[in-house]
Design a protein around this ligand. Structure first.
Ligand code: NAD
Ligand code: IPM
Ligand code: MN
Length: 351
């Protein structure tokens, strides 16, 4: 068996964590007895500064044939974010119909939560974020600028197909986990899209009588992720709400540097993409101290998606093992003084 993986390091620490973890991607393949062929594409903000675009025009055709994509991060301090992100990453999620974004938040043994009274194992939740429409939809967006009454219109679109896809994926996950689903919306203020969303959740819920469904408004859900993160199992939310909830989930579980994510094409006709939740972190770029573990866990999710469950579990377990060892190297976000490469070398030894 051989897999073709496209590597998109992108910008900033995205490049650092992809470069550092590549040997582990290959070690894992050796361990699993399959081979992995990687192709690296130098797309991103440097290309934008030189050539005026983040990716070539045929980028999507180029990526189409891969078994999976591994992305670092996108974003450059000298370029407006809407140009870089809408020039890379976001169009890939949309073009490949990666409607389901799966983002686990786990408080590992040996990691200190900024919340008082939580220990390893206490937080173990997963957010299912709708990934291609909702508040990130571009349809109908426009602006009239330069007039006395300037206006900008930003529409949110919820299709039945897209909403059902994320909701169904979340119910499936809840069935495989503890059977508890939290539906996060803002139906008290957003009477069109969010009420429609709630109705779809109710319809799909009827097919999963064994799953208990809790409804929370997004403001209350944000509070409860801080107040009682241990009580969540699976959460399902729209694109923007899922984005916000997963940064909260990441930090209550210790660090942005530990949060992985999968952007999944459910039908399997196009590649899925795996990436850490964090961004390009210009504040620490070039220092060699970015935490690579979010990327390692994303590689674990990549292999799980490809059906290589044993290898996926081995990668996940080796991260857990390292974190539970108080003598193991740690990056500064986890209170240590080790660099990115040292953490990866230690992981390779353990693997
Ligand atoms: P960020 O995630 O890059 O950084 C937030 C904070 O977390 C920073 O203090 C950073 O140092 C820290 N951090 C993040 N990842 C870390 C890691 N692996 N190890 C140690 N510390 C880590 O978010 P931001 O500062 O809001 O955004 C920076 C840029 O990244 C912006 O251009 C933004 O648009 C972009 N961004 C891209 C993605 C992506 O490509 N998926 C995600 C989020 C933000
Ligand atoms: C993420 C990021 C992106 C998002 C941004 C950079 C467009 O925050 O992957 O969480 O909102 O999806
Ligand atoms: Mn985000």
């Amino acid at each position: 068996m051989s897999y073709d993986i496209a590597l998109l390091p992108g910008d900033g620490i995205g490049i650092e964590v992809i470069d550092a973890t590549l040997p582990l991607l290959e070690d894992a393949a050796d361990l699993g007895g399959f081979s992995v062929e990687t192709t690296r594409y130098e797309w991103g903000s440097e290309r934008y500064l030189e050539e005026g675009s983040m990716m070539p025009e045929d980028a999507i055709e180029t990526l189409e044939g891969y078994d999976a994509i591994l992305l670092g991060a996108v974003g450059h301090p000298d370029i407006p974010d809407h140009l870089t992100l809408r020039g890379m990453m976001l169009p890939i999620r949309k073009a490949f119909d990666q409607q389901v974004c799966k983002r686990p938040s786990v408080l590992f043994d040996g990691i200190e939560s900024p919340l008082r009274g939580y220990e390893g194992g206490d937080i173990d939740l997963v957010v299912f974020r709708e990934n291609t429409e909702g508040e990130y939809s571009d349809a109908g967006g426009h602006e009239h600028r330069g007039y006395p009454h300037e206006v900008a219109v930003q529409t949110a679109i919820y299709t039945r197909q897209g909403t059902e896809a994320i909701v169904r994926a979340a119910f499936e996950e809840a069935t495989a986990r503890e059977g508890h689903l939290t539906n996060v919306t803002k139906s008290n203020a957003q009477a069109h899209g969010m009420v429609f969303w709630d109705e779809i959740v109710e319809e799909v819920a009827a097919e999963y009588p064994e799953v208990t469904v809790e409804r929370l408004l997004v403001d209350a859900a944000s509070m409860d992720l801080v107040r009682r993160p241990d009580e969540f199992d699976v959460l399902v939310a729209s694109n923007l709400f899922g984005d916000i909830l997963t940064d909260i989930g990441a930090i209550v579980s210790g660090s942005m540097g530990l949060a992985p994510s999968a952007n999944i094409n459910v039908e399997g006709h196009s590649p899925s993409m795996f990436e850490p939740v964090h961004g390009s972190a210009p504040d620490i770029t070039g220092e060699g101290i970015a935490n690579p573990l979010a990327t390692v866990l994303s590689i674990s999710m990549l292999y799980e998606h490809l059906g290589e469950d044993a290898v996926a579990a081995a990668l996940w377990d080796v991260v857990a093992d390292q974190l539970s060892d108080e003598d193991a190297p740690r990056t500064p976000d986890l209170g240590g003084d080790a660099g990115t490469k040292e953490v990866v070398s230690d992981l390779r030894r353990r693997l």
